[in-house]
Design a protein around this ligand. Structure first.
Ligand SMILES: *Cc1c(COP(=O)(O)O)cnc(C)c1O
Length: 226
């Protein structure tokens, strides 16, 4: 049952937060709905969820449209965003978490300016060295963050990462810790980067222990994707 899955995930988030001496309120659940139907998303809404993550603009648009009249539902773009889809993403997503280049950020800033929006974003950081993973290399993050500080229509909310796969959640802990240390370093230099979007079905408890402010969970809520 979907509502049972959701309450289980919420319990596990709370438990992990308390384990780490954090308040469970500091952690937002982003329910990842890629490949999930509108009917299922409606069930999740009925069960109380309000924040959803999608990784492709085209797939997300009809879902966002369907729930447009429903107040308080928030959509996060969490997948790689092509520059030519920046405008559509700005028009439709409350937060774009997968910002991975200066050029993309400039496009987002320009589009947001055109429609009179302040677009919330996260910078995606690439912590492993697999060729397939997206994100900004750690050594380039501060430069991008500093450039974002000069843009008028984007607001930087934090850092996001999809770490390399680890067999156990403990294998991934060092990456989550690394992202938190990067965030803390930026905060110490006066940059307003509060959030940490990290942790998926496989490893979200460890991510919460390491300071995640949002976890992005699909499988544990909706079941395995086909
Ligand atoms: C699919 C996806 C998730 C959720 O993954 P699960 O393992 O199903 O929880 C989280 N983040 C991103 C960027 C994704 O693409």
């Amino acid at each position: 049952m979907l509502s049972e899955n959701i309450s289980n995930v919420l319990k596990r988030i709370s438990h992990a937060a308390m384990q780490a001496g954090r308040s469970p309120d500091e952690v937002r659940l982003v329910a990842v709905t890629k490949t999930v139907s509108i009917e299922k998303i409606q069930e999740a809404v009925d069960a109380g969820l309000r924040i959803f993550g999608e990784n492709r603009v085209q797939e997300a648009l009809p879902k966002i449209e369907h729930f447009r009249s429903h107040e308080n539902i928030r959509w996060h773009m969490i997948g790689t965003l092509q520059k030519n889809k920046a405008r559509k993403a700005v028009e439709n997503f409350d937060i774009i978490e997968s910002v991975d280049s200066l050029e993309l950020t400039e496009k987002i800033d320009a589009s947001a300016g055109e429609i009179g929006k302040l677009q919330d974003i996260f910078v995606e950081v690439k912590l492993g060295d697999e060729p397939t993973k997206h994100g900004v290399f750690p050594q380039s993050v501060e430069e991008l963050v500093s450039r974002i500080g000069g843009m008028k229509h984007v607001r930087l909310c934090g850092l996001m990462t999809v770490p390399p796969y680890g067999d156990t959640p403990e294998d991934v802990r060092p990456y989550f810790r690394k992202l938190r240390e990067m965030r803390d370093g930026l905060l110490a230099k006066g940059y307003e980067v509060k959030g940490l979007s990290m942790g998926m079905s496989h490893d979200f408890e460890v991510a919460v222990e390491e300071g995640a402010t949002e976890v992005r969970i699909g499988t544990e809520i909706f079941g395995r994707r086909a």
